[in-house]
Design a protein around this ligand. Structure first.
Ligand SMILES: [Zn+2]
Length: 111
C-alpha cells in the first residue's frame, strides 16, 4: 500500500544513499523506513543496485580473484628480478676477484 507519504520518502532515497540527505530529512526518512517494511525493502534494493554499480565501475570486490592473480604475477616478477640481481652481483664479484688476482698474479698490483 503505497501512499503519498511513502512516495515522498522514496523520492529522497538516492540522495540518502549518496549521503546528501541531512538533518531532519534524514532522520525522518530513517524513522519511516524503520516503520514501513515496503520502503525498507525498496531502499535495500536501491542500495544493492548502487553498490553493485559502484563496485563494477571501480573494480572492487567483484574481481577479487583476478586481483589476486595480478598481485601474484607482480610478486613473481619481482622475485625473478631479485634473483637476477643476485646473480649479477655474484658474477660481478667473481669478475672483480678474478681481475684482482690476475693483476696480483702478474705483479702489477702487489707488494
Ligand atoms: Zn513507506
Amino acid at each position: 500500500m503505497e501512499n503519498t507519504e511513502c512516495r515522498s520518502y522514496r523520492k529522497n532515497f538516492s540522495r540518502f544513499l549518496n549521503g546528501k540527505l541531512e538533518g531532519k530529512e534524514r532522520r525522518a526518512l530513517l524513522k519511516h523506513v524503520e516503520e514501513c517494511e515496503e520502503c525498507r525493502e525498496e531502499l535495500r534494493i536501491q542500495y544493492l543496485l548502487q553498490e553493485g554499480m559502484f563496485r563494477l565501475e571501480h573494480g572492487g570486490t567483484f574481481d577479487i580473484n583476478s586481483d589476486f592473480e595480478r598481485m601474484m604475477e607482480e610478486m613473481q616478477k619481482e622475485s625473478k628480478q631479485e634473483i637476477r640481481r643476485a646473480w649479477f652481483f655474484r658474477v660481478a664479484m667473481c669478475v672483480f676477484l678474478g681481475v684482482t688476482y690476475y693483476f696480483l698474479g702478474i705483479g702489477i698490483v702487489g707488494y
